[in-house]
Write a protein of this length. Structure first.
Length: 336
């Protein structure tokens, strides 16, 4: 090989190398490498962050985790504690949460106001909890002058977040008891802080859920003033699980896997012996309290007609300023 031929060969190799490098960078119109994913073949996103509260309502999540239902679907679920459904909405928008538990009132109010428009709105993926007697109570101190619902007029009541299912059901049942809801002041605070707030007179009463109801009654002698899941709110749907429209669109297999796992958890959560020891773990209550809590219902299907009842009450009590059709928000499990 002549010296000239050798030089041409070297230049050819160098040019080929350069072209390959440029092409791999996409500068010649080639596509960028596909972004990394944490899917596992079963789902698009194997590790998801789920917003939850330390309350009985989310027992099905802990059941599904303990029994391996999530793992069987290829999911690793990281739990993030939130204060309420209203706090869950920003979590979905800023993508700190992939999915979240929350009350229907907060989800419907946010959807009505297009609060999650930048992530294609809110999608409902599973029912979570439905009211039964004595699971939504307004409690007062045992030595308080408050003895009946009429005594709540002009008083301050703690709720976990404003404009949520607690405020809605409180207003509806106060009105049914001939108490003007506008005469009551609601004060926002986390459920775990309410027992002490009632005892030290920071508030006059508190809207509590389980297991905090039973703990406040047993440990502090607090008494029931009003059952907020009665009369006009009897059997009302309370809460469920949601994601953003964007997440649902990009991760349909992940959403479907979650739905299958949580449905099994919902079915098992109706069994007290299954749930009580889990309450001791995640809600940090003693065994005796766990054995006495009042259970709500754990529905295993999404029912638009049932959920529409919530929007009707919201309109009546000023938590929704226009009609909202919940059907487009629902993502039914495959085969539903």
């Amino acid at each position: 090989m002549t010296r000239r031929v050798r030089r041409m060969a070297v230049r050819g190799v160098a040019l080929a190398t350069l072209l390959a490098t440029v092409a791999s960078c996409g500068l010649l119109g080639g596509k960028d490498p596909a972004p990394a994913t944490n899917g596992n073949g079963q789902v698009e996103k194997a590790k998801i962050t789920l917003g939850v509260l330390p309350i009985l309502d989310v027992a099905s999540v802990h059941v599904a985790s303990k029994k391996g239902y999530f793992a069987a679907e290829g999911l690793e679920v990281e739990l993030k504690t939130i204060q309420g459904g209203a706090q869950a909405i920003p979590g979905l928008i800023n993508k700190e949460l992939d999915m979240t538990f929350g009350n229907w009132v907060s989800f419907f109010a946010a959807q009505s106001k297009d609060a999650a428009k930048q992530v294609d709105g809110i999608k409902l993926i599973a029912d979570g909890y439905q009211a039964k007697p004595d699971m939504f109570l307004i409690l007062a101190a045992g030595d308080s002058a408050i003895k009946s619902p009429k005594d709540l007029a002009g008083k301050t009541i703690a709720i976990n977040t404003f404009k949520n299912i607690a405020e809605l059901t409180a207003k509806a049942t106060l009105e049914a008891a001939n108490v003007d809801p506008k005469s009551v002041t609601f004060k926002e605070m986390p459920f775990p802080d309410m027992q002490a707030a009632v005892q030290n007179k920071t508030v006059d009463a508190a809207f509590m859920v389980e297991p905090f109801i039973t703990r406040a009654q047993r440990a502090a002698g607090q008494v029931k003033i009003l059952d907020a899941a009665s009369g006009p709110t009897d059997n009302i749907p309370i809460a469920g699980y949601a994601t953003s429209g964007e997440f649902a669109k990009n991760n349909p297999k992940t959403v479907a896997a979650f739905q299958r796992a949580i449905a099994k958890g919902q079915a098992d959560a109706a069994d007290r012996p299954t749930v009580e020891p889990l309450l001791v773990e995640y809600a940090k209550v003693d065994k005796e309290t766990a054995a006495l809590v009042h259970f709500g219902a754990f529905p295993t299907s999404l029912d638009a007609t049932r959920l529409q009842r919530v929007t009707q009450l919201m309109q009546r009590y000023g938590l929704l300023d226009k009609e909202l059709d919940v059907k487009p928000m629902l993502i039914q499990p495959s085969g539903s």
